[in-house]
Design a protein around this ligand. Structure first.
Ligand SMILES: NC(=O)c1ccc[n+]([C@@H]2O[C@H](COP(=O)([O-])OP(=O)(O)OC[C@H]3O[C@@H](n4cnc5c(N)ncnc54)[C@H](O)[C@@H]3O)[C@@H](O)[C@H]2O)c1
Length: 440
């Protein structure tokens, strides 16, 4: 492939503001985690931007810098945190309530965490049935609410002295609704905002406000925030990078690790039954069938795309895939997932694999928030805009730049694509893992 001589990337000078709509378990575990790492109290385990390396050239070249030395990324010390929530709890109170991190650690960070106070939210209970809170904006129309969010962003940027801003949705999962004609174009969407259409979800108002101001936006929930054509049109028009959707953690992460292995060895699949118990607020929200429907859609798509039944009808032409989430308060954020996988080997002999993953949801999600914020800021400085497919690595349901393209779910292909994109921006050779030595 003929490579350009790298890409001009603007330097990461000054401060980066990271704004999160939704400051619950994931957002506060991320914020407190970065603060702890900055003070040398803990390590940023799970974060590619902080601990990952990238191989350059041949294996014999022994050149493997850390990713954050290879490309220009914002430094952790240069990050300012902000966001919105329907509850007034500051980040210390919200993190304490979430119960993910030990109180001893939170108390060490108390002064700093207390400074992070949520701005009032754009919220409508019709979209998250199980929640209601006091810290909610009022506005004459949905366009008025979008303008209030834009004012919040500008004020935050000025007050904190940020050079650049990014946003990562860490709010609740909204009910499942397909886009309608109001989402078809930017013009129809803006008209619908002015008319306060019921078809517009709060998460779409945040996305709109950010994109209007040129703030890159990542969607950590399965909500249809960025998918509608109107949003993609706005992202392209304002040259803003976007990414989504639904952080790939827990059970789906395991699925995208295991399924490519089965396919690589051409082991067939009869069925995959996944169930979870979860006791945090996210679990409570997902206890509502309409919010769960959004999750189910992003969780179920994974296997079809990895296994490609149309290419392997004998192996994957028919399998049963079931996903359940059960709200079980005693478990808190420490989710437990069970998978029963019925696979098929040589001559059609059946086998079973059982996976019991005792994970910590927000511990898996926090490094993803960090990486996405830093990478999407990098993308903007590198002049990339629209859907950032190279960040598929982080998503349960990766968006693609066009409807004709199917998403890539295989974690290992996703990682290769991510690293090759970074190599491309530097003008370095892409690594294809071709055994070229046989042909020398
Ligand atoms: N933790 C994971 O592993 C994981 C993985 C994938 C996706 N997610 C998604 O990330 C999101 C956050 O998860 P969590 O565990 O932190 O949930 P959480 O319930 O602890 O936090 C969500 C917060 O969003 C707030 N909120 C809801 N609607 C809002 C709005 N319109 N504006 C502002 N704030 C709003 C809620 O009040 C709450 O504080 C959820 O949608 C979840 O499904 C989490």
């Amino acid at each position: 492939m003929a490579l350009k001589k790298g890409v001009d990337v603007k330097p990461a000078t000054g401060k980066l503001g990271i704004l999160m709509p939704g400051m619950g378990a994931v957002a506060t575990t991320f914020i407190a985690g970065v603060m702890a790492v900055r003070r040398g109290l803990a390590k940023p385990i799970g974060s590619l931007t902080q601990m990952g390396t990238i191989r350059l050239g041949k294996r014999t070249d022994a050149k493997t810098p850390r990713i954050n030395e290879y490309i220009s990324l914002a430094q952790l010390d240069d990050i300012e945190f902000g966001g919105w929530d329907i509850f007034t709890d500051n980040a210390y109170e919200a993190a304490t309530r979430a119960g993910v991190l030990e109180q001893k650690l939170l108390d060490q960070l108390k002064d700093e965490l207390e400074q992070v106070k949520p701005m009032s939210a754009v919220f409508e209970q019709a979209w998250v049935k199980k929640l209601n809170g006091p810290n909610v904006k009022k506005g004459a129309t949905k366009m008025d609410l979008a303008e209030q969010l834009m004012e919040d962003i500008k004020r935050f940027k000025a007050e904190k002295g940020c050079d650049r801003m990014v946003a990562v949705w860490c709010g609740s999962t909204e009910v499942y609704r397909k886009p309608t004609e109001v989402h078809a174009t930017l013009a129809s969407f803006e008209a619908a905002l002015r008319a306060s259409s019921d078809d517009i979800a709060p998460s779409q108002i945040y996305a709109y406000a950010c994109l209007k101001l040129g703030v890159p936006y990542c969607n950590g929930a399965p909500n249809m925030s960025l998918d509608p054509p109107a949003m993609i049109e706005l992202a392209r028009k304002n040259q803003v990078p976007v990414g989504g959707k639904d952080f790939k953690t827990g059970q789906t992460l395991m699925k995208t690790i295991l399924a490519p292995g089965f396919k690589a060895r051409l082991l067939g699949l009869q069925g995959w039954y996944s169930t979870n118990i979860l006791g945090n607020r996210d679990g409570e929200v997902l206890d509502d069938p309409e919010s769960f429907k959004s999750k189910e859609v992003t969780k179920l798509g994974v296997l079809d795309h990895i296994l490609q039944p149309e290419l392997y009808p004998d192996l994957y032409g028919h399998f049963d895939h079931v996903v359940r989430i059960n709200y079980y308060p005693p478990r808190g954020d420490n989710k437990e997932g069970w998978d029963n996988i019925d696979i098929v080997g040589w001559l059609g002999y059946p086998m079973q694999i059982k996976v019991n993953f005792l994970c910590r949801d927000s511990i898996l999600a926090a490094p993803i928030v960090l990486d996405l914020a830093l990478f999407v800021d990098f993308a903007q400085r590198a002049g990339m805009h629209g859907v950032q497919e190279w960040l598929s690595f982080y998503w349960k349901s990766p968006m693609t730049p066009s409807e004709q393209l199917y998403p890539e779910h295989d974690l290992f292909i996703q990682l290769m694509k991510l690293k090759n994109t970074l190599r491309y921006t530097k003008g370095d050779d892409l690594i294809t893992h071709l055994g070229a030595e046989y042909y020398d």
